[in-house]
Design a protein around this ligand. Structure first.
Ligand code: AHG
Ligand code: MN
Ligand code: MN
Ligand code: MN
Length: 292
């Protein structure tokens, strides 16, 4: 452990490098960990052995970095004090882990905040995700949300990031994917879906970052909206909503809770849920008009 680095963006780059460096090990450990464990996580949801395995790997690697003061994750009730560094890291160790049993894509989401948790999205200094798909890739940016550039990387078998391209949302959107059950959608959201489904193709796979990756690649909209049964939706702000909002806005798109940018949502807790809508600007603008 050298002298703690105090430049948040330098620490954030080290965090992204560390997430890439453990990605091959996370992926290699998935096959034997498809069983559900007893108990629930802080969100009251099932936990796979793979969720805990990935979380332990990431906590150990990220927590050891100079400059990281706090580690928090979907699978831990409370944040872990990992030193006296300037940044806090919130992680979704395996996003879409229910896809493991069906062998569909999933990923790891990371959010690096300058300051204590829970934090608002404007305090992000980096965010991104690893996608365990046909290839292992990373999409990420560093810097303040309004100034970041979002890049795609291939993650090599040695856990190195190889830059591929910068990501700019295509202007002619073609895909959409919405979570929740149709009867559980509030009427105003259902009316919006009626419009959008005539214009775009349905792409929904049950892992936020895999569905978001399709929107980033082809243009469109992803949402896990407010439901009649769950007015705050399903996705957690600290390690799902804020990081995907950072990525989509950084790539030239827009995010919304239904009432303004997700990055402006007040932070009230590590596991608070928030309605998530991300995609092309005009599609999100129409959503906000529909929910208005
Ligand atoms: P996680 O696996 O980290 O708990 O996240 C699952 C989330 C998100 O990845 C996805 O968009 C959503 O759950 C899917 O929910 P449904 O199964 O209700 O579609
Ligand atoms: Mn989960
Ligand atoms: Mn998730
Ligand atoms: Mn998860």
């Amino acid at each position: 452990m050298g002298a703690p680095d105090t430049d948040p963006e330098a620490v954030a780059e080290a965090v992204l490098d560390t997430v890439a460096s453990v990605a091959p090990e996370v992926r290699a450990g998935l096959p034997g960990r498809r069983r559900y464990l007893d108990g629930e996580n802080p969100s009251g949801e099932d936990v796979l052995a793979a969720d805990v395995y990935a979380d332990d790997l990431l906590e150990s690697a990220i927590g050891a970095l100079d400059g990281v003061g706090t580690y928090a994750s979907e699978e831990r009730e409370n944040a872990v004090d990992t030193g006296d560094g300037p940044v806090s890291v919130a992680v979704d160790p395996l996003d879409g882990s229910s896809n493991l049993r069906s062998n569909n894509p999933m990923g790891t989401v990371v959010a690096v905040y300058d300051g204590a948790l829970p934090a608002g999205g404007r305090d992000l200094v980096a965010a991104g995700f690893v996608l365990y798909g046909p290839v292992t890739s990373m999409v990420a940016g560093v810097g303040a949300p309004e100034e970041t550039t979002i890049r795609e990387y291939l993650v090599t078998e040695d856990g190195e990031r190889e830059a591929v391209d910068t990501l700019d949302l295509p202007n002619d959107p073609t895909v959409y994917g919405f979570g929740g059950r149709v009867p559980d959608w509030p009427a105003d959201f259902a009316a919006y879906v009626d419009e959008v489904e005539d214009e775009l193709k349905l792409r929904y796979g049950g892992a936020m970052i895999a569905d978001v990756s399709q929107v980033l690649t082809y243009g469109g909209v992803f949402a896990y909206p407010a439901l009649e049964s769950a007015p705050n939706g399903k996705l957690r702000l600290q390690f799902e909503g804020n990081p995907v909002a950072y990525v989509l806005e950084g790539a030239g798109g827009r995010s919304s809770t239904g009432d303004g940018s997700i990055l402006d949502a007040p932070a009230t807790g590590l596991h608070q849920r928030v309605p998530v809508h991300v995609g092309n600007d005009d599609l999100i603008e129409r959503l906000e008009a529909a929910l208005g």
